[in-house]
Design a protein around this ligand. Structure first.
Ligand SMILES: Nc1ncnc2c1ncn2[C@@H]1O[C@H](COP(=O)(O)OP(=O)(O)OP(=O)(O)O)[C@@H](O)[C@H]1O
Length: 344
């Protein structure tokens, strides 16, 4: 278990004190994939540096399985840090070393004998799917392959925690998905705790179970990914969720205001459904029960999360007010969350 307890970090700058992290409380269970999402400057990297023991908090405590990182020094700090692997946006590989030598580097530093080093590096090459590229140099690899080297190197010392600091931010969407799938595989295979730092809600939705949203150094919202996606409370969370989860319109550049302008009549509803509900014939049921209403589908999206499917659908209902409210009650009875986003 990783525990951040009332953690704050202030920096002294020439313009005075700057609070980078403020009063953060987070608990991350062993084997969990925990996402921390926030825009640039929110304090994510500062939090990670404190977890890795590179910096001490100004206030509060960070402990890993009861060991307070800030109290460790010298050999014990080095040993504890070996239990934490890190991967980065720009890979941080050594360009003069081959793939296998990059992966074996942490073992060399830990004085592991050469034959053992090579055997472990070969195992890791298989795990991350880089067979055949052992003797290539980083400059000869694609972005996704470089990140696979980064992941293998981070796992060399058999850590129990892996921190991914914007590790997919420089990759295209397909490669991002491949790297996220690999992280999910190693999480399951090695029961590794993963802390995923990102500004991409897609990455959080795809592999995390829990998420904390950071803004101006604070955790403003946290909980299961499923709940936070379904009911974002804070403005910043709503912004992140809508970036990833807004229903896709035929013309995806159309904003809500434009949608309302284009469809001024009746009511526009946003339905949110999850799990088995995502498979219910909701629209056809409404059409069947309320034949006098005109039902237009404006936009829809479905996302897979670790806890199942989460769907969102924008509908326009045109017709008698009473019939529309009756249709709304019917949807509620079917346990479909319904929000009226425009009342014409
Ligand atoms: N060593 C430092 N000295 C002074 N201020 C710092 C230092 N490190 C970070 N900060 C400040 O702390 C705040 C949080 O920075 P941090 O890098 O943790 O944010 P972040 O969410 O990781 O953003 P990014 O993804 O852009 O790195 C910022 O205002 C930053 O300028």
């Amino acid at each position: 278990m990783i525990r951040f307890k009332d953690v704050s970090k202030d920096y002294r700058t020439k313009d005075g004190a700057l609070t980078a992290v403020s009063d953060v409380n987070i608990e991350i269970k062993d084997g969990e994939i925990f996402g921390i999402v926030g825009y640039s400057g929110a304090g994510k990297s500062t939090l990670v540096r404190m977890l890795d023991g590179l910096e001490a908090p100004t206030q509060g405590e960070i402990d890993i399985n009861g060991i307070n990182m800030a109290k460790l020094k010298g050999y014990r700090l080095r040993k504890q840090r070996q239990k934490i692997g890190m991967i980065f946006q720009h890979f941080n590989l050594l360009w003069s070393r081959t793939v296998i030598d990059n992966i074996a580097l942490p073992l060399e530093i830990a004085n592991v004998p050469k034959t053992q080093r090579i055997a472990r590096a070969e195992e890791l090459i298989k795990l991350v799917g880089l067979e055949g590229r052992e003797h290539s140099y980083p400059s000869e690899l694609s972005g996704g392959q470089k990140q696979r080297v980064g992941i293998a190197r981070a796992l060399a010392n058999e850590p129990t925690i892996l921190i991914s600091d914007e590790a997919t931010s420089a990759l295209d969407p397909d490669t991002t998905n491949e790297v996220l799938d690999l992280l999910l595989k190693i999480n399951k295979q090695m029961n590794l705790t993963i802390l995923l730092i990102t500004h991409e809600m897609h990455a959080i939705a795809k592999i995390c179970q829990q998420v904390a949203v950071m803004d101006s150094g604070r955790v403003v919202e946290s909980g299961s990914v499923f709940d936070v996606f379904r009911h974002p409370k804070e403005e910043v969370t709503k912004k992140f969720v809508s970036e990833e989860f807004s229903p896709q319109q035929e013309d995806s550049t159309m904003t809500l205001a434009e949608l309302i302008k284009k469809y001024p009549d009746g009511q526009i509803l946003r339905l949110v459904f999850h799990g088995p509900q995502a498979e219910l014939p909701i629209v056809s049921e409404v059409v069947k029960h309320y034949p006098e209403l005109q039902v237009n589908i404006l936009a829809g999206a479905i996302r897979q999360t670790q806890e199942g499917a989460l769907g969102s659908l924008d509908l326009q209902l045109i017709g008698d007010e009473e019939k529309i409210s009756s249709a709304l009650s019917y949807l509620q009875k079917m346990h479909v969350e319904t929000e009226v986003i425009h009342h014409g």
